[in-house]
Ligand binder design. Sequence first.
Ligand code: ZN
Length: 220
Amino acid sequence: MPAIELSELIARVDAFLDGPRPLTIVHAGDPVLRHGALPYEGQLGDGRLNRLIRAMRETMHAAPGVGLAAPQIGIPLRLAVLEDPAEVADEVREARERVPLPFRVLVNPSYEAVGTGRAAFFEGCLSVPGYQAVVARHARVRLRAQDENGREIDEEFSGWPARIVQHETDHLGGTLYLDVAETRSLTTTRDLIERWAHPTPAEAARELGFTLPGTSPVPL
Ligand code: ZN
């Protein structure tokens, strides 16, 4: 990862904070999404950190999205914001365990699987606009991080919130969801809406020819 001087990092954050809102989201192809982010060790100071978090939350809402990692706005620090009102149909909520996730800030997050359960659903990314793909993720994870006030977080997440935690934490290591997706499931957002807006991707798996966890490969 190319080193970034502290003064350059702060200048970049200040330029964003003084610039237009919502912040511009960078897309796949920008190296900042691939280099991995630096641990947050108070480089920005509390006032600037809080302003950056507010700007990230505003940008996440405007997108709209349910999570945003700092590299997605060009800041190579291990910071992310999450929030999901989970305004979805009951059958979708049940199938995907998509329950509301109140706003929270993750500083230096890491996660590990709890158990061996996997859950496979379509997901997308604000940095890869126009597409979605199925990702089989840990059904339950243990998250360790700090919050924006430096308090330790050690919590377990399941269902859709566990998916959001994994997706955003992966961003901080330079991984995009496409790296871990079932690539044969790749679909444009338009096709997703027209064809695959079911609570589960079972029919998409049959028609597009990819395997869901716990099922057999499609016979040739
Ligand atoms: Zn993303």
